[in-house]
Write a protein that binds this ligand. Structure first.
Ligand SMILES: NC(=O)c1ccc[n+]([C@@H]2O[C@H](COP(=O)([O-])OP(=O)(O)OC[C@H]3O[C@@H](n4cnc5c(N)ncnc54)[C@H](OP(=O)(O)O)[C@@H]3O)[C@@H](O)[C@H]2O)c1
Length: 211
């Protein structure tokens, strides 16, 4: 993978972009207000990064990471995301970003909901269960003792393998939680969400999840 596109350039998107540039990737990053509004961030990221609008970013990326509020889904560039692997780093925070009445969070994971709304894309859930700040402080080379582990869920094995390789390149071990329907195991309020765990601890936390 050479080019990582990041849609959403706030706390999480900017941090993923920083970690990706540090890992040697080219980054295309987009927000809702247009590339001009990202001049300062792109200047900080350096020549490996450029700003784009969401449609351009969706087209450019070998992988595309979604770092927007989940309720932005109707505005995403579905045509340009057709056939793309979309890494869903979103979480459902109705109290912060507003409720999504059509999403029943008790019957499906938020990534299954996103997949249902973007049927032409291959949604893989990852990079949602750590705080944004940790991306640039907790990453370590593969094989480091006690390396922090994150989780991944998805239905397409090849797409999932590509996302595992991305998360590894960003500095984290990756534990496979299973299909997208198991993604709830590392959503908010679960033991695998938001705290530093190594690979064994992440496996145990995923197993301890309760609905
Ligand atoms: N912050 C964390 O620690 C963290 C950790 C894990 C997961 N997450 C998840 O990541 C997502 C973003 O969180 P955040 O804290 O980074 O929020 P944030 O700082 O408010 O950033 C949201 C970003 O999404 C962009 N955006 C909104 N609608 C868009 C659209 N239709 N097209 C393109 N870009 C759009 C915004 O662009 P404008 O500013 O131009 O509107 C902004 O750049 C949420 O789903 C959150 O649950 C966050």
């Amino acid at each position: 993978m050479k080019t990582l596109s990041v849609i959403g350039a706030g706390n999480l998107g900017a941090q993923i972009a920083r970690a990706a540039v540090a890992a040697g990737l080219s980054v295309v990053i987009a927000n809702s207000r247009g590339p001009e509004s990202l001049a300062e961030l792109v200047s900080e990221l350096g020549p490996a990064a450029r700003a784009a609008d969401p449609a351009d970013a969706a087209t450019a990326g070998d992988l595309v990471v979604l770092c927007t509020p989940l309720n932005s889904y109707p505005d995403l560039p579905a045509a340009q995301l057709e056939g793309k692997v979309l890494v869903d780093a979103t979480n459902y925070y109705p109290e912060l970003f507003g409720p999504i009445p059509e999403f029943d969070s008790r019957s499906m994971s938020s990534s299954e909901f996103l997949q249902s709304r973007l049927p032409g894309s291959v949604v893989i859930k990852a990079l949602n269960n750590l705080g944004a700040a940790d991306l640039t402080t907790d990453g370590q080379p593969a094989g480091s003792p006690g390396r922090r582990a994150l989780a991944v869920a998805g239905d397409d094995p090849d797409a999932k393998a590509r996302v595992v390789a991305l998360v590894d390149a960003l500095g984290f071990d990756v534990i496979d939680a299973g299909p997208l329907s198991e993604g709830w195991r590392f959503q908010r309020d679960q033991p695998a969400y938001g705290i530093r765990l190594d690979a064994d601890q992440m496996r145990a936390a995923l197993s301890d999840a309760k609905r």
